[in-house]
Write a protein that binds this ligand. Sequence first.
Ligand SMILES: Cc1ncc(COP(=O)(O)O)c(C=O)c1O
Length: 485
Amino acid sequence: MLRPVSPRVCCKFRRPNRLPYLARFTVSSLSSSELFSKPATLELPNAPSVAYAAVTHPLPGPAPSSKTRETIALAKDYILPVYARLPIVLDRGQGSWVWDCDGRKYLDFSAGIAVNALGHADEGVSEMLKSQSSKLMHTSNLYYNEPSAALASLLVTLTQREGGLGYPAGDHHPTGVPGAKVFFCNSGTEANEGALKVARKVGKDRGGPTKTEIVCFQQSFHGRSFGALSVTSTRKYQDPFMPLVPGVRVGVLNQSEGLEDLITENTCAVIVEPIQGEGGVNSADIEWMRKLVQRARDTGAVVIFDEIQCGLYRTGTLWAHSAWPVDCHPDIVTMAKPLANGYPIGAVLMRDAVMGTMTTGSHGTTFGGSPLACSLGFHVLDRLSQREFVSHLNRTSAFLLRRLERLSGWFPDLVGPIRGCGLIIGLVLIREGDAQRLVELARERGVLLLTAGTDCVRLVPSLNVSEEEVSHAVDVIESCLGLLS
Ligand SMILES: Cc1ncc(COP(=O)(O)O)c(C=O)c1O
């Protein structure tokens, strides 16, 4: 049973004759999960685990199956080699676990790079996929479809209730006053492209033809298309594709000095991740953000928060900025990764104050807002926003943090500070190269982790990961740190 989101949405859910689609979507498998009935936190160990010193998942495996060998050979023959892939062929998943074609089981603490919020092979997601795909998958944007309207409404009403985009957390925004609009697309990169285009147009409306510059920050990651790449300030990604979009200035996250020079009357957009994901799980400081937003307001620049990795409950709240004071809020939020649990979708959520510039024909995409993607997005967001789900996530996060906080005491020469919050956590490794080495060692023991930036191991598990799974991952990390020391 879905709890009320807002009186307006609740009313829709309860009027299946008017919106049968929505009634169908309120079925949540969350309540059937035993996961969320566990109040207790596991005991904290007194010493680091050494239980996983031995390699259990060597790479390459001792005798890869013919399926593994043939798949890798075929992919090498026919897929553009732009990814540094490991010789593992993943075959199936369940919850936080994946299996390769040789039957080896891994605990997936990468969740497809912060995507599978509800884990792998989730029953509710699969059912929704089956039922919507047998009804209507794609229609074009020449017509309306019910799932996209429902998902847009859910995104806006949740933001109004839980905080973000100028709405304080817990605010009871008047029923029936939308206040924000959504543009649907297919990926995070596209969401950022859309947001930058909105900001460009707002800039020209506000300041004429010279108000076109964009500000981004060092170690940011916003995507690989020309616009998004132009604000992704990593030379190795940018250099081969120069020249990029002109007029981009790069600031330093959390550095207040020089904001007046960075953001000027010619700035139309400031794009920033509240928590940088790829760049090293670096959190923006609230006081700095207040100054940044104020400077943007003073100059008429549009503030874009890229919450593609950190948004949609990964930090324990709807948006990473949901609990921040409203004077630190953006004009636009971009999202993608977990919204449909792995089915491609992206979205741009913007205040009504900036959406007015976007008129018919000013932007669009064939697949954006398809009934299939949006029905999945609605189902996922509905479940992520359940109170029990969020409190489970926050409990698990607290347990993970308590376990990780002990590591620098046990391994003072190896482990630095813990970064991030919720279930986007960075473990800083002091010695150069150790972050990569730790990821490799953990993989050889059946746990999939990610690096971030140059010195950080990133933990972004599924948001419904259990304490037992967290415990196992940290036991393996501890055993690997023991090997590194
Ligand atoms: C913060 C952030 N923005 C944008 C992107 C690009 O998203 P996508 O790969 O879906 O295009 C990513 C992907 O990792 C991301 O982490």
